[in-house]
Ligand binder design. Sequence first.
Ligand code: TYD
Length: 198
Amino acid sequence: MIKKFITFEGLDGCGKSTQANLLKMHFENRGEETLFLREPGGTPLGELLRTSILKKNVEINPHAEALLFAASRIQLTEEIKKYYTKKTIICDRFLDSSLAYQCGGRGVSLEFLKKINTFANIEPNITFLIKVNPETSFKRVLAQGKIDRIESESLQFYEAVYEFYKKLAKDNENRIIVLDGHQKVEEIHKEILSYLRL
Ligand code: TYD
């Protein structure tokens, strides 16, 4: 079984949080304790930063935004390292989100992103990228009603993030597993279990 550090990625509304939670429940039903984290957030500092980063109508410069996400992630990395050899860690988003959203979506350079994330130097063992097309993501987000600062972006922004996720998947074939997020929740869950040989 592949375990340790498992991350979930994808556009808003792709269903990754649902899948991350289902996987956590699966481990728990088997009596295996997991550490469940999310980004931005997952630590007291991270959760404070999350509130500021996602607050609507607050103007944030793209580089400042990238730095805030990195600060949350660096703090979270400390937590991950503490449990890395002890528990399976499931994280809802990690560095790939910054690459897709801040580089792909906002146009912040990869070089800058890599530099500021130097201290978040831990690579997931496996990443599930739940792929839905930008239109679906956009529609699902609108339907959910309560929209945060980043979810208020245009369809064009979502398209750019989507393209970058595709590139990341291509460049990291050994780590990133792409799943079709248009399928039923149970189908996706089954695929995840099968990839993890659970
Ligand atoms: P998420 O928690 O997935 O949103 P929700 O709980 O509302 O489904 O992520 C919050 C938003 O932050 C999401 O739009 C993606 C964005 N984000 C970035 O832009 N960069 C990052 O590095 C991370 C971790 C998230």
